[in-house]
Write a new protein. Structure first.
Length: 141
C-alpha cells in the first residue's frame, strides 16, 4: 500500500510551524536523512519484504519511484513503476508498506529527505534487497 498523509502549516508573526498531525508514529523505530550530492544520482533500487517506510521532504524535492516486488530473488524487470514527487512545500508524508522497492533522486540541490522505518538498524541485513538502477525497464530516466 502506498498513501500520502497530508500536513499543513500554521503561520503567525513569530514564523511558521509545519506539521503532519495525522501521521501516527507509533510503529517508528528509527529515522535517517538522505541528502544526495547532486540531482543525477539515483539511490536504488532498494527493497524491503517486511519493513515499512515513511518519507518526508525536509528541504527541496525528490522523485521517488516505487515498485511492488513480485519475486524477491528474481523480480520481473517489466514491473509497473509508480512515481511520486515529494516537495518540502507540499507538507506530505509518503507511506510505503512492506513489499516494495524504491529508487530516489533529488530534484534540487540541497534537498533533504527524512525517512522513518519501523525496524531497528540491527534488522536491516535480514531485509535488504538491492537491484541495479537500470534493472526495471519501466523506470523513466
Amino acid at each position: 500500500m502506498i498513501t500520502k498523509i497530508r500536513g499543513g502549516i500554521a503561520q503567525d508573526e513569530r514564523g511558521g510551524i509545519r506539521f503532519v498531525n495525522d501521521f501516527d508514529m507509533t510503529p517508528i523505530k528509527r529515522f535517517y536523512i538522505i541528502k544526495n550530492t547532486d540531482t543525477t544520482l539515483v539511490r536504488g533500487w532498494r527493497g524491503h519484504r517486511i519493513e515499512q517506510r515513511w518519507f518526508y521532504a525536509l528541504a527541496g524535492s525528490f522523485s521517488v519511484d516505487i515498485i511492488k516486488i513480485d519475486d524477491w530473488e528474481n523480480p520481473s524487470p517489466d514491473l509497473e513503476v509508480k512515481n511520486f514527487i515529494l516537495n518540502a512545500t507540499d507538507l506530505e508524508v509518503l507511506y510505503i508498506s512492506e513489499g516494495y522497492a524504491t529508487a530516489i533522486r533529488a530534484l534540487e540541490l540541497g534537498s533533504e529527505l527524512l525517512v522513518h522505518s519501523d525496524y531497528p538498524l540491527s534488522h536491516a541485513p535480514e531485509d535488504n534487497y538491492t537491484y541495479p538502477v537500470d534493472y526495471f525497464l519501466n523506470m523513466k530516466r
